[in-house]
Design a binder for this molecule. Structure first.
Ligand code: ADP
Ligand code: MG
Length: 436
């Protein structure tokens, strides 16, 4: 038995069987890469990595020391990180076929609350009176709030009535256009889009600054509208706010009805989570549903991601989904969200809080309060972003990475010695993570 296995066996006696089975059992020790002062373990997924890092790595290091007499650094990492990354990437790139509607995007599966009732009512009404009430119907709102779902819900109704429905994104419309231009088959392109009964175009904001396709789209629009065919469009903002759009298109987008979708309020979020659980046969206690609804702001797509992650992990590890388990999975997710956090945001929040200008933080200014603010910004950037020390040095106008590590050490010492300072850093960190 290798020393890594021995240590894990010893750990078994110190923790509960459930904990062992859930987390420790999945670890493998790298006999080749580990050395007398470095122990490398692989875990099957990020959840286990995090959990073990937080809860057991000190214990594991201690057990190593007892067994080998050496001080050992314990490193827990993902198995085949690159492969896993690739896998998720491929998955993300596969897009559903454009013309196929998702049958689960139905009105029945759409939970209605104050935030989306206007858009819902508008789409519902259009689905019952194609081409007669609001044409075009323009739905706009933030990412993951249900625009595509609603639009396709109408599409499904029309399709079931035997109508010819085209669902496409601007991107696909554009690709199709280019292909037909290249093959000199533009008549077929025009016929296709002008002969349908209902045209659903998603994410219209991508028409912005693309003159050629705007022109083509304009003619398609006119032909369909003239023939009384229903058009439904979505975008991430109001037509007026989409820059780089021909005036004639912009005004036409407002001819029918423009309806917005707002982020769901708590009750709607709860209803959505319950619905998704019902559809995907996931069992969650009330307590967990409420927890997820509270910590995830608004993006429904993100909520779905969490549910499927929870489901996958619980199957993988043969455990029920309890609150502790959920919190751990969410910790991961919330961390991922922070990857979008920029140093600009951090600098702005810190500057504002300490009453100086963001540009001063990035300047070479040596006055006491500027240096203080800069150090804090550097420290928080290191904690919350993935940037390397050289990148931080460049951004904050410091000489090199040693200046950064020096700064971080200073702040760490301060945090250790001064409770008030620690509180200050925590407060700022909270402000920053809620600002992003
Ligand atoms: P958008 O097009 O606005 O970015 P989507 O329509 O793709 O968002 O919605 C993202 C996910 O969230 C979809 O799986 C959708 O089913 C779900 N969703 C959003 N809003 C609701 C809702 N009110 N009820 C049920 N599911 C919803
Ligand atoms: Mg969409």
């Amino acid at each position: 038995m290798n020393i890594g296995k021995e240590v894990l066996e010893a750990l078994k006696d110190e923790i509960t069987e459930i904990e062992y089975k859930r987390y420790i059992q999945h670890l493998t020790y790298d006999t080749k890469k580990s050395t007398s002062d470095l122990a490398i373990f692989y875990a099957p997924n990020a959840l286990v990595v995090n959990w073990i890092k937080n809860k057991y790595s000190a214990k594991i290091a201690h057990l190593f020391e007892i067994k080998s007499g050496n001080k050992v650094t314990v490193r827990i990492t993902l198995k085949n990180t690159t492969q896993e990354k690739q896998k998720t990437k491929i998955k993300a790139e596969v897009k559903p076929n454009s013309s196929l509607l998702n049958p689960s995007y139905s009105f029945d599966n759409f939970m209605v609350g104050g935030s989306n009732q206007f858009a819902y009512a508008a789409v519902k009404s259009v689905s019952e009176n194609a081409g007669k009430v609001y044409n075009p119907l323009f739905i706009y709102g933030g990412v993951g709030l249900g625009k595509t779902h609603l639009m396709q819900a109408a599409g499904n109704v029309f399709q079931n009535e035997g109508k010819v429905v085209i669902y496409t994104t601007v991107e696909q419309f554009l690709n199709d256009f280019i292909r037909h231009v290249r093959n000199k088959t533009m008549e077929r392109f025009q016929e296709k889009y002008r002969k349908c009964d209902v045209l659903l175009i998603d994410d219209i904001q991508f028409l912005s600054n693309k003159e050629g396709i705007q022109e083509e789209f304009f003619h398609t629009f006119e032909a369909l509208k003239g023939a009384g065919k229903q058009i439904i469009l979505t975008a991430d903002k109001h037509p007026k706010k989409i820059g780089g759009l021909e005036a004639r298109l912009q005004s036409r987008f407002e001819w029918g009805l423009v309806a917005d979708i707002q982020p769901p309020e708590l009750e709607t979020k709860i209803a959505i989570i319950k619905k998704k659980c019902e559809i995907n046969k996931i069992k969650l206690d009330e307590e967990i549903v409420n927890y997820i609804a509270t910590v995830i702001d608004s993006n429904v797509r993100e909520i779905e991601g969490i549910l499927s992650k929870l489901h996958a992990y619980s199957q993988l590890m043969h455990v029920d989904i309890d609150l502790e388990f959920t919190k751990n999975v969410l910790k991961d997710q919330l961390k991922e969200n922070r990857q979008n956090l920029t140093m600009d945001t951090i600098t702005e929040v810190v500057a504002k809080d300490l009453n100086i200008k963001p540009s001063e933080i990035k300047s070479k200014g040596r006055s006491k309060n500027i240096v203080y603010a800069r150090r804090i910004a550097i420290y928080i950037s290191r904690e919350l972003t993935q940037h390397t020390m050289p990148q931080l040095a460049q951004y904050f106008g410091m000489k090199d990475h040693t200046a950064i590590s020096h700064t971080i050490k200073k702040i760490n010492d301060l945090i250790k010695d001064d409770e008030d300072f620690k509180t200050k850093i925590d407060e700022l960190t909270n402000k920053i993570t809620s600002a992003s």
